[in-house]
Design a protein around this ligand. Structure first.
Ligand code: FES
Length: 176
């Protein structure tokens, strides 16, 4: 091997190294740019197709309890709802206070206090009222706000079918 060849060969690995570093940089920068562009563009695409991604669980009813178990005294029943929000799927557990009124009409109230969102309980203080443990809000059996809270308890849509109580979306209280 001549001195000249030796000299050339000595440089070859360095050239390959230089190329791969350049490729690495271009891939990395290209990838980062694409990632950042994706971050900026995806929300716009999501916004554009949002109506197609409306929660599948919305407007649907969930079977909660046998109609025969409902009494005039409010009872708390827990149930889960299957929610699909875009790519996010969840099964949160909800609860409702379900009872009958003087006409034997079944209704269901949300347990979320209308003051700051704590969870209310029935007859905790022995006054046949819903009580909130956080700041002492009180509500009647129909959910009418008596103290502290600015609004009545929300209501669930109720559907009776084949001897079962089904609960639907939450709506503002229609009873008070
Ligand atoms: S959150 Fe219920 S009284 Fe404040």
């Amino acid at each position: 091997m001549s001195n000249h060849e030796h000299h050339e060969n000595a440089h070859k690995p360095a050239q390959r190294k230089e190329m791969s570093r350049r490729q690495f940089l271009s891939y990395t920068l290209g990838g980062t740019t694409a990632f950042m562009m994706g971050g900026a563009v995806l929300p716009m695409v999501r916004f554009a197709v949002d109506p197609l991604l409306v929660k599948k669980g919305e407007g649907t009813y969930v079977k909660v309890v046998e109609e025969s178990k409902i009494t005039n005294e409010p009872q708390e029943f827990k149930f889960t709802v299957h929610q699909i929000d875009g790519w996010y799927v969840s099964d949160p557990e909800l609860s409702a206070w379900i009872s009958k009124d003087e006409n034997n009409t079944i209704f269901a109230l949300s347990p979320v206090c209308k003051h700051l969102g704590c969870t209310i309980g029935w007859n905790v203080k022995g006054k046949n009222e819903f009580d909130c443990p956080c700041h002492d809000a009180r509500y009647t059996k129909d959910g009418k706000n008596l103290a502290v809270a600015p609004n009545p308890l929300d209501e669930y849509e109720v559907k009776l079918e084949d001897g079962f109580v089904y609960l639907g979306p939450i709506k503002p209280n229609t009873r008070v």
